[in-house]
Design a protein around this ligand. Structure first.
Ligand code: ZN
Length: 273
């Protein structure tokens, strides 16, 4: 079965494998692209992770994740900016093609989402020079609006693109079907993202009906209601030909053997994506 053009976001097997085991499993099953999470890289050690990834010839379609720029005071916001600069260094060390940003929700005690969005824009702006210096672009990942309060106050692709345009040419977006499939402007905004050369990654999974948990019940491709082929066609028509990256945060899939999960990703990639 085809594995070219498929990347595995290592959160998908985070309960089964550490970074080394995950990379080895991917390599064993013919996968040549991954996107690790920062805690996985840190646990393995940054230099060691870089070595493991290189030794297996893995393309790194991103590092998850930076962001969380919103905070109640200046000190908190500066801490976030400093941490994002370290995340950029880590991304550069492992050869990641972008740093995925989950931008942050409302600061503690706040009801001002417009202010939170301004904090996000200025936080990203403060990291742009560092991103350029280390050669890792910043990728805003708009999240489903159910996460607006606690994870990300950028919730549509259109809003993320507005922010990119405000910031400059060196900031892009991650298009994750789980967060964006419902938006009536989704396909128009994919085309707009293509025109602006903003598409840095394409995450896939599926939306289950019913979804039983806001965070840990993402579906395997084909088990839900997202028209993945249609989205991919729109993304390719917009000029993006990078991998489709499977990112499934799911207590159900975490309970299965890691190899079985990756094999299922490959099978569904070949049949429904
Ligand atoms: Zn994602």
């Amino acid at each position: 079965m085809r594995t070219e053009g498929l990347s595995i976001n290592l959160a998908t097997v985070r309960e089964q494998f550490n970074l080394r085991e995950a990379v080895e499993a991917c390599a064993r099953l013919g996968i040549s692209a991954i996107d690790p999470w920062r805690d996985q890289v840190q646990k393995q050690g940054i230099d060691e992770s870089a070595k493991i990834i290189k030794a297996h010839g893995m393309r790194v379609t991103g590092l998850c994740r930076g962001g969380f720029f919103t905070a109640a005071d200046d000190k908190g916001r500066q801490t976030a900016i400093d941490d994002n600069k370290r995340a950029l260094d880590e991304a550069a060390a492992i050869g990641a093609e972008c740093l995925v940003l989950v931008v942050g929700g409302l600061p503690q005690g706040s009801r001002d989402i417009a202010e939170a969005r301004d904090m996000v824009a200025s936080g990203i702006d403060a990291c742009r020079a560092h991103a350029k210096a280390v050669g890792v672009p910043l990728a805003i990942e708009p999240l489903h609006p159910m996460y607006a309060a606690d994870r990300a106050c950028v919730n549509t692709l259109g809003h993320a693109l507005d922010m990119c345009e405000q910031l400059g040419p060196d900031v892009g977006v991650v298009i994750d079907v789980y967060h964006l499939w419902w938006d009536p402007n989704f396909e128009d905004d994919i085309a707009r993202a293509g025109r602006g050369k903003r598409i840095l990654a394409h995450h896939i999974c599926d939306w289950l009906v019913p979804t039983r948990d806001m965070l840990l019940d993402r579906g395997m491709m084909g088990d839900g209601v997202i028209d993945l082929k249609r989205v991919r066609r729109a993304i390719e028509a917009a000029g993006y030909d990078g991998p489709q990256e499977v990112e499934i945060l799911s207590s159900a899939w975490w309970a299965k053997p890691g190899d079985e999960v990756i094999k299922t990703c490959i099978e569904r990639y070949n049949t429904v994506c």
